[in-house]
Design a protein around this ligand. Sequence first.
Ligand code: 5GP
Ligand code: MG
Length: 219
Amino acid sequence: MEPVNVYEGLSPVMSITTTKPSYIGAEEYWRLEDYVKDDFAGVLIPNASIRKRIKDLSVAIRDDYKNKNPHFIWVADGAWPFFRDFKQHYREVAGNGFTEQLSRVKSYDGMSSTGKRKFLDVDFSDVAGKDIVLFEDIIDTGGTIRDVFDYLQQHDPASVRVATLLDKRVEKTHPVKADYALFSIPDEFVVGYGLDYDDSCRDLDDVYVLSESGQRRLA
Ligand code: 5GP
Ligand code: MG
């Protein structure tokens, strides 16, 4: 008999091609008060879509790390909701056989990359021999994840893979391959689900594109 529901790994990155809110029928997702609605051009990715992709990711990582105890490193602060929700699904499908740590990296000031990355809280002294999955909120130019990746390699891990929630379609000045990319997005500044605008908007459940008035008001 043909097996049913055979899992064939994480489906390819979901490419979002428009920033128009109508793309995902955003009206039903507007849960914001009227007075902040003007701050956003629209919902780019609703929470339900994010959760679905994360669920698929947890199954893919379980299958890719069979008989291994992966070590998850998430890049704070932005990757926290992504990693938190991933962990919840991962525990359901794979149990508790993993370890975790955070690394804190900052590269953005306002809406422009400072170009200089600061490792604010990183201790990779225990990663030797471990199979690592790095969790990042967004890959823009690739510089941040490239730096963490290169720094990690100096500490002799057994393997390193990169999981990113968002991959921005811009020229990668620091090429890095995301082994697991959930959404490919246009070149827009996005906030929500961990992504901040000068430390606001991180707590929103969905991913939004800021409007021009939002950029002015929140600046
Ligand atoms: P990269 O080093 O790849 O150019 O940039 C990655 C970092 O820049 C991310 O970890 C994130 O903190 C920040 N970043 C890049 N694009 C965006 C964006 O559209 N919105 C927000 N909030 N942060 C971004
Ligand atoms: Mg980040």
